[in-house]
Ligand binder design. Sequence first.
Ligand code: ADP
Ligand code: MG
Length: 454
Amino acid sequence: MDLEQLWQAVLGEVELNLSKASFTTWFKSTFIHSYENGRIIICVPNNFTQIYLQKKYYPHILNALRNITKDNIKEITYRIELRHNTTPAPRNTQAHLPASSEAAPAPAMPKLMSTNRFGLNNYYTFNNFIVGKGNELAYAACQAVAANPGKAYNPLFIYGGVGLGKTHLLHAIGNEFSKKSDKILYVTSEKFSNDYINEVRSGRAKQLKEKYRNVDLLLVDDVQFMAGKDGTQEEFFHTFNELHQTNRQIVLTSDRPPKAIPALEKRLLSRFEWGMIADVTQPDLETKLAILVNKCDEKNFPLSNEILMYIANNVQTNIRELEGALTRLITYYEFNNLQPTVDLTKTILADTLTQFRENSVTSKHIIEAVSKFFDIDIKDLIGKSRKKELVVPRQITMFLLREEISASYPAIGQEVGGRDHTTAIHACNKINEDLKNNQKLKQQLLSIRQLLQV
Ligand code: ADP
Ligand code: MG
């Protein structure tokens, strides 16, 4: 592993703990200058980045470096230097590079670094998206939209928990569509919001309209971040109308269904529900295995079924973490040149798996949060009693299990006192329905979600 590969492996690990925005902001254009006797020099593009990395991300970087090298890294210093060849090769071309005799194939390049002029990442295609129970409906809808834009479903709204493939699908539609037309735009809702704010500030109202209303396909990622931003919502409402009226395709993603987005204007909410709404939920074991096999192929690093089974069984959260665990494992084996075994895999992944568990909201957290919020004992909350004051909190619990961690209906029933999956479906539908008009319920859900974040 050379310095470049080492740094990419470190970035791969750091990326797991950061938001995409922070990761891109602070780690773009960084690289390792040298690594000798436990001392590492990292090059950064400017002073500001240096201070930020030192202050905020020192432990992240140090831990990742130590994990990967298994060396006792003693010192990290920074140097301000720009790289000459700034654009790293995109990940998908890397997979096809012939592996040189001594160097193992490079670890995964953080994917977000290579986007094209439409804002699309070439790596995310339908081809390398594994279809399984949790995402088959969303996948089919996305394919239909890519094949028949503006006609199949408009808008298409995809929602589900983090790391379950929404962004991947959104880019896949764009990449497919770009074979026919280049009037495409992919943005996050934050980008849209920033464009709007900049425009208001600069007083050039035309630019935004030209940019957003001139496309045949508009892909907006993470629309839940429009919550509470009135100006942005208003502007988006008009953009939406203009595109929709002229049969141009809009695809939106969110971490929750339209109704559950707090402070979303009614008229925008109703439009989000006009077309097709499809969710992505957690992958089952088979899907996880298929994803792992596929990633091993890409990385040209085969692992035994037993090892893959161990990873699939132990990463319960989402596909991003599944990939993260695999990358970490492969990097370790490559770096230390060891023969993969199940036992060794368990040791290598021990920390990573604990970290995933600690980071993630679990069903236990959700049940505790609801119990705390309504001041009800957990055993009553999930118990058999049908007292009125218990029924609604119980339904809210089931609803949140679905929304926050994309639990399957049978799993929800199981968690909440061993109930039938039809009870879970009924509870989720009921809360969804009530959310339409019940402000108090909306507020309660918001507060419980806040409890989950602390
Ligand atoms: P989300 O936007 O829902 O948070 P992403 O689309 O960013 O999730 O997916 C997280 C990671 O998992 C990405 O690297 C993506 O390529 C991968 N991934 C998610 N779902 C699948 C799938 N079904 N097949 C292959 N890779 C997937
Ligand atoms: Mg996403």
